[in-house]
Design a binder for this molecule. Structure first.
Ligand SMILES: O=C(O)CCC(=O)C(=O)O
Ligand SMILES: [Fe+2]
Length: 260
C-alpha cells in the first residue's frame, strides 16, 4: 500500500475556498464574458456578477452568515442626515464579529482570485480597505418595510455578495444612480435622482455585484411580506483612496466600525 503525504486540501481548510474561486472564475469570468462585464462597469459603474459564488461554497457561506446574524445581529432603524435623511431599517453585523466567527467570509475578502477578478472588472488594481471596519459587514432585511435607503459609500468600490434574496415582487432589489456625488455637508438625494438615470437590478442567492460606490448613489428597495434578504458587503479601495483622508461615519453607526 502506498501512503501519500501529498496534502490535499480538505473542504473547510483555508486553501479550499481559494481553489474553488480560482477554478470557478476561470470557467465563468474570462474572455468575452469578462470583456462584457468590464464594458458594463465602465459605462454604468455597477455590474452584476451573476453566479459569482462557486456552487460548493454557497450553502457554507449562507450558513456561516445566518449563524453569525442569528447570534450577533443588531436591529437598526434610523435615518441619516449625512445622506439627506434616507432610511436604514435592517439588522447588521460588523467586521470584528465576522473576523472572529466568519472564516469563509474572511477567506473570500482575502482571496487573491477574488481580488484579481474585481481588479479586472473595474479596470484598476483594487486594494483591501485601509479601514478594517469596512472589510466586510453583513446586513439582513427581515421585516416588511426593511430597507437600506439611498446613500453613497466612503471608498471607491463596493462588492456585494448576495446570500439570500427575495423574489423581485417582494422588493429587495438594488437601484443605482451613476455619475452622482456625495457632499457630506450638503447631501442631495433628490437632486441626484433628477440628474441621472436610475437602474434596477434583481439578484439571486450566489450572485454578486460590483459598484463604484463613491459616485453611484444606491439603495435596496424596501422588502414587503414574509421574506428576507441577506448580503455581505465588502469594501475595496482604489489607488487614489489610499492617498486620501477618508472618514466613515455611516459605517460606524450602522455596523459599529472596528468596535471598541
Ligand atoms: O444591500 C446591498 O445590496 C447594498 C449594501 C450597501 O450598499 C452598503 O452596505 O453600503
Ligand atoms: Fe452602499
Amino acid at each position: 500500500m502506498t501512503v501519500t503525504t501529498q496534502a490535499i486540501p480538505e473542504p473547510g481548510t483555508a486553501s479550499e475556498p481559494e481553489r474553488l474561486f480560482a477554478e470557478h472564475f476561470a470557467a465563468r469570468f474570462t474572455g468575452e464574458a469578462l470583456a462584457g462585464l468590464q464594458e458594463k462597469f465602465r459605462s454604468e459603474h455597477i455590474v452584476p456578477l451573476r453566479g459569482f459564488c462557486p456552487p460548493e461554497l454557497l450553502a457554507p457561506l449562507q450558513d456561516e452568515a445566518a449563524g453569525i446574524m442569528d447570534e450577533h445581529g443588531v436591529d437598526r432603524k434610523f435615518s441619516f442626515d449625512i445622506t439627506d435623511g434616507t432610511p436604514r431599517q435592517m439588522t447588521t453585523v460588523g467586521q470584528p464579529v465576522i473576523k472572529e466567527h466568519g472564516p469563509l467570509i474572511h477567506a473570500t475578502y482575502f482571496s487573491p482570485a477574488v481580488k484579481d477578478l474585481l481588479s479586472r472588472v473595474v479596470g484598476e488594481e483594487v486594494h483591501t480597505c485601509p479601514y478594517a471596519g469596512e472589510h466586510y459587514v453583513i446586513s439582513r432585511l427581515g421585516k416588511s418595510g426593511d430597507t437600506h435607503g439611498w446613500h453613497w459609500d466612503d471608498y471607491t468600490y463596493g462588492f456585494i455578495l448576495v446570500l439570500r434574496a427575495p423574489d423581485y415582487r417582494d422588493g429587495g432589489f438594488v437601484q443605482a444612480v451613476p455619475h452622482t456625488s456625495w457632499d457630506k455637508e450638503n447631501p442631495d438625494v433628490h437632486g441626484a435622482l433628477l440628474k441621472s438615470q436610475v437602474r434596477s437590478y434583481a439578484f439571486e442567492a450566489g450572485d454578486a455585484y460590483v459598484v463604484k460606490t463613491d459616485t453611484t448613489m444606491h439603495r435596496v428597495y424596501p422588502i414587503r411580506g414574509e421574506t428576507s434578504r441577506t448580503i455581505v458587503n465588502m469594501t475595496w479601495a482604489s489607488g487614489a483612496d489610499l492617498q486620501r483622508e477618508i472618514t466613515h461615519e455611516t459605517n460606524d453607526v450602522l455596523f459599529g466600525g472596528v468596535g471598541v
